[in-house]
Design a protein around this ligand. Structure first.
Ligand code: RIB
Ligand code: CA
Length: 319
């Protein structure tokens, strides 16, 4: 079987956990390494839950390296206070993982591991990014040949045709480090952007959710650990009827089967200075009024076959 080599960069949230379940259970993916970074929660929470996923899935062969705690451009302290309020409303004292992983990160830092894995197999490693782009931008700055050696990138982040989820115009991963995102989009790498146009499409029904939840120790842990967060999300989206989104896993799905996604090719850039618009992803080439300023850099996913994706996810997660 052809195996796609992938390196995953993740901020260890609930849907990142589900993305790891999908990736690590997919026989057509060879996960050569994982780097972590801070996100909604701090670096320690994120790394612990990535280690928990890898350990509970029995994939201790996959190296996990701790990446960067601090964004290049944004102080996330206020946002984290809001997140903590949500966890507290679910009866938790903090956002700490309820399980201490037995596994520890490798000695190498996340950015170094990412660079090494890409440079060791030039043109063969697909990057999957599920958090802010701080680690990736650092790799691009540290190793000038990095961009050319990456095969392609599947990236969760941004909102071009729909509104943002952190500000009216900005999606969280881009808003978390707009400068890093600008470096990323201007790097010359071939990017497939899984932004908010498609991110919220795969919502698992209560029935599918129950199946996934009970299948193994990893998924049981995930649902227990992130319980306050689920309740919050479900409350926010009555249209999901008690179901649950698994957005970051769709980015892994797109890497597994690009035909799941409908894309439009365009040039995406990032607002880094706007008073109201910082972290906005702006696309050119989608209308005649705003033609491409230079060569397109992004396949923007505008729709997806979410039913087929949900089946693929449930089948692999429960395998
Ligand atoms: O905006 C959604 C993104 O923010 C997802 O990757 C989620 O896990 C958080 O990182
Ligand atoms: Ca994420």
């Amino acid at each position: 079987m052809f195996m796609k080599r992938v390196f995953i960069d993740t901020d260890g949230e609930f849907d990142d956990f589900m993305a790891l379940v999908l990736a690590l259970k997919s026989k057509d993916l060879d996960v050569v390494g994982i780097s972590t970074l801070s996100g909604i929660r701090n670096l320690r929470d994120s790394t612990d839950d990535v280690l928990n996923a890898v350990e509970l899935l029995g994939r201790v062969d996959v190296p996990v390296a701790e990446g960067l705690e601090v964004s290049m451009s944004q102080d996330l302290a206020e946002e984290r206070k809001n997140i903590l309020r949500i966890w507290k409303s679910g009866g938790r004292a903090s956002t700490r993982a309820i399980r201490r992983p037995g596994l520890t990160p490798v000695k190498e830092d996340g950015v170094s591991l990412m660079i090494r894995k890409v440079m060791e197999a030039p043109g063969d490693v697909t990057l999957i990014t599920l958090g802010a782009l701080t680690n990736v931008a650092s790799a691009l700055l540290r190793e000038p040949k990095f961009a050319k050696k990456v095969k392609e990138v599947y990236s969760m982040g941004g909102a071009v045709l729909v509104s943002g989820n952190t500000t009216p115009v900005a999606e969280f991963n881009i808003w978390g480090d707009p400068l890093a995102a600008k470096i990323f989009f201007n790097s010359g790498m071939h990017i497939t952007m899984v932004g908010l146009e498609t991110y919220y499409q795969p919502v698992l029904s209560g029935e599918e959710w129950a199946k996934v939840r009970e299948v193994n120790e990893a998924t049981r842990y995930c649902f227990e650990n992130f319980d306050p967060w689920f309740s919050y999300l479900i409350g926010l989206h009555p249209d999901w009827k008690g179901g649950l989104q698994i957005g970051d896993a769709l980015t892994v799905g797109a890497a597994i089967d690009p035909a799941l996604m409908k894309c439009r090719r365009c040039f995406v850039d990032v607002e880094t200075k706007g008073e109201l618009t910082v972290g906005q992803t702006v696309a050119y080439g989608l209308s005649r009024r705003h033609p491409l300023p230079k060569e397109a850099n992004t396949d923007l996913t505008v729709d997806c076959d979410w039913k087929r994706f949900n089946s693929l996810f449930v089948e692999r997660a429960t395998s």
